[in-house]
Design a protein around this ligand. Structure first.
Ligand SMILES: *Cc1c(COP(=O)(O)O)cnc(C)c1O
Ligand SMILES: [Zn+2]
Length: 367
């Protein structure tokens, strides 16, 4: 259970608190036995994402999570418009820190606590930083968050409130990640990265488990915004596990959405490439998904291909239009999250197709 394997070269490592990537530069995945899902066990747990703790790589009976949880998970699944009864929004901004990142942060920080670390470092465009800062505070673990100097002030205030140290960097999202990674290596501390640390995906996979319970099966398609792919890959892994256990008959099609002004994955998909080459971010309102060089691009492209999914690109004016549409229906999301509905509006759906759209972040977090 405590082994990691490089997604690029296959080299295996024993897990340590400070190991975060392969010598070859590749991202690391958990080495896991084939999961046997015991649905009957779920009712033994509180109604949160910890209902699925037995599907996560923790030692059996481990109770660390009980001291970490803030009740994250089990977000509502709601029909957006009665005229389209097969289209649902999953209101994932109804979380302790107001974004889906709490799914990953709660699980990742539980692991950090089990490993006995005293400090973590993370870098973020905002929401992952607020989530890691909150759960680090809850664990009594010191935390430095590396951010762009133009991050939404409300997210910065939230991170500060949790007692994390803010490291503001003037530069691209990639410069910020590089600064954090350098600090991780210099200080020899735990990298609480939502991109590199595979435990984060053990949290985001509960998105799939919840939809499975709410719909009593799998939907046909998932609309998913993608920057680094933490929700996309989590959802894919979750549905894959359900499929491998014979609990569902198909893995939903993944319809991945990027902002046209920063769309390295769309470009790779269109050119039928197995991984994405870095692009230049031309500037987008969708700050939460503006990732020019996604480290897990190979896995993201595979997930979309394997599920017969597709990619959709969104123009800037479509983002604001979709945000108004959601507000008219009662949902006030942060600007990045409007990309998801914009993607749905462009998607050529089939009649009767059941579709789930996530609402990832709350409106009051936006600039
Ligand atoms: C993090 C985030 C995303 C995208 O997640 P990735 O892991 O970068 O693909 C989308 N919307 C919001 C609001 C987010 O916080
Ligand atoms: Zn490697």
């Amino acid at each position: 259970m405590n082994q990691l394997i490089c997604n690029h070269c296959g080299k295996k490592y024993e897990m340590t608190p400070t190991l975060w990537k392969c010598d070859c530069g590749g991202v690391l995945n958990l080495v896991k036995d084939t999961l046997k899902i015991d649905i009957a066990a779920w009712d033994h747990y509180p109604n949160s994402l910890w209902r699925y703790v037995e599907t996560m790589p923790f030692s059996k009976g481990s109770k660390t999570w009980e001291t970490v949880t803030m009740g994250e998970g089990q977000s509502p699944l709601i029909v957006l418009d009665p005229n389209e009864p097969n289209t649902y929004v999953k209101v994932d901004y109804m979380m302790p820190t107001l974004s889906f990142k709490d799914r990953g942060a709660a699980v990742l920080m539980t692991k950090a606590k089990e490993l006995g670390v005293s400090k973590v470092i993370a870098d973020s465009s905002g929401n992952a930083g607020t989530a890691i800062a909150a759960y680090a505070a809850r664990c009594g673990i010191a935390c430095d968050i590396y951010l762009s100097d133009d991050t939404s002030p409300k997210k910065v205030a939230q991170i500060k409130a949790h007692g994390a140290t803010i490291k503001e960097i003037h530069g691209t999202r990639e410069d910020i990640a590089a600064a954090a990674q350098k600090a991780v290596d210099n200080e020899n501390v735990f990298y609480a990265s939502h991109v590199y640390n595979p435990y984060f995906f053990e949290g985001t996979k509960t998105y799939a488990y919840e939809i499975y319970e709410q719909l009593k099966g799998a939907p046909d398609a998932l609309i998913i915004p993608v920057g680094n792919g933490t929700l996309l890959l989590g959802a894919y892994y979750g549905f894959k596990e359900l499929f491998e256990n014979g609990l569902i008959h198909n893995i939903p099609k993944i319809v991945a959405v990027q902002a046209k002004n920063c769309a390295p994955l769309v470009k790779a998909y269109q050119n039928a490439e197995g991984s994405a080459s870095p692009v230049t971010n031309k500037g987008t309102l969708a700050e939460g998904i503006a990732i020019a060089a996604p480290a897990r691009s190979k896995q993201i492209l595979e997930a979309v291909q394997v599920t017969n999914g597709t990619f959709i690109e969104i123009e800037e004016d479509e983002i604001l239009n979709a945000r108004s549409k959601l507000s008219e229906k009662g949902f006030y999301v942060e600007v990045t999250s409007a990309v998801n509905l914009a993607g749905y509006m462009k998607y050529q759906k089939e009649p009767e197709e059941t579709i789930v759209i996530p609402l990832c972040g709350a409106g009051i977090k936006s600039k």
